[in-house]
Design a protein around this ligand. Structure first.
Ligand SMILES: NC(=O)c1ccc[n+]([C@@H]2O[C@H](COP(=O)([O-])OP(=O)(O)OC[C@H]3O[C@@H](n4cnc5c(N)ncnc54)[C@H](O)[C@@H]3O)[C@@H](O)[C@H]2O)c1
Length: 271
């Protein structure tokens, strides 16, 4: 087992909550996806990790293997239908099926609508919304055939709040929250579908995005965290991963169509 002072200091050794399960996680080599893939593996799942690039050192599947788990890495742009089919296909071919699909990939462009190009709008919609459509389309036939399945989607606190100059991001994240409910209605009781709505989480995305002259340093991240009502700090990726784990596991067996806000209190007050 890895040392406690590694990149996920809050992650416990696991309580086998996904024992015998197979999970697929998108955007799995950084931030929330990387923590979730690793946590799911510590909880007993075999994990297919999909990412458009190799971001982590070590890559997430090797991190999982170093923890004693089993994982496969799929280099894939999950905004594309074929890539989503490859992710699901890898789970079935390599691990004999798929139980949990964590659709976590997302992106944004910080510009007002009149400043955006059509290409920027399309890029965000294609990954954040259409990519999730392709992901669930790829998994649902398998879930329906076996009569069970669990989907967790990463929306955002900005799916319930507006944020300056973030139209495509906030619109698509809001759409994911209602898509979650829609899927839960259409595919229950066999398939449960929930989403997490993270607030500001200290990942590469927050440090480097939107493109800045230089990434936010730790003082800037701390200052930004202090503005979060309630807990007055940014969250850690594993704090979102634990919420995704709850939704992915049988501990949430009576929860479906739910949007679980994981934001330290960001959305509890008007600022
Ligand atoms: N960090 C936050 O504050 C925050 C808040 C709310 C929601 N979210 C959401 O959480 C999710 C993950 O964000 P994060 O903060 O962990 O980001 P991150 O930058 O740490 O990691 C994002 C990962 O996504 C991968 N990726 C990008 N485009 C992809 C594609 N087309 N196909 C496959 N992989 C792709 C990247 O290579 C990277 O590894 C996103 O959906 C984001 O919108 C993040």
């Amino acid at each position: 087992m890895a040392e406690r002072n590694d990149e996920h200091p809050r992650m416990t050794e696991g309580r086998r909550r996904l024992e015998g399960k197979v999970a697929a996680v998108t955007a799995a080599d950084s931030g929330i996806g990387r923590a979730a893939a690793r946590l799911f593996a510590r909880e007993g799942a075999k994990v297919v990790c999909a990412d458009v690039a190799e971001r982590g050192e070590p890559r997430v599947d090797r991190l999982i293997e170093a923890d004693g788990g089993e994982a496969r890495f799929v280099l894939a742009d999950v905004s594309r239908k074929e890539a989503c089919e490859e992710v699901v296909g890898t789970a079935i071919a390599e691990f004999g099926g798929l139980d949990v699909l964590f659709l976590n990939a997302g992106t944004g462009v910080r510009r007002k609508i009149h400043e955006m190009t059509d290409e920027e709008w399309d890029h965000v919609v294609q990954l954040n919304l259409t990519g999730v459509y392709h992901g669930v389309r790829a998994a649902l036939p398998h879930f329906m055939e076996r009569g069970s399945g669990n989907i967790v989607i990463t929306a955002s606190s900005l799916g319930v709040l507006a944020s300056p100059r973030y139209p495509a991001y906030s619109a698509t994240k809001a759409a994911l929250i209602n898509l979650t409910r829609q899927l839960a209605v259409d595919y229950g009781p066999e398939v449960r579908v929930n989403c997490v709505c993270p607030g500001p989480i200290d990942t590469n995305r927050i440090r480097e995005y939107p493109p800045r002259p230089r990434p936010l340093d730790s003082d800037q991240r701390e200052a930004s965290g202090r503005r979060v009502a309630g807990l007055h700090r940014m969250g850690l990726p594993e704090e979102v991963a634990y919420c995704a784990l709850f939704l992915a596991s049988e501990e949430s067996s009576y929860v479906t169509g739910h949007a679980l806000v994981v934001d330290g209190g960001q959305t509890i007050t008007a600022q």
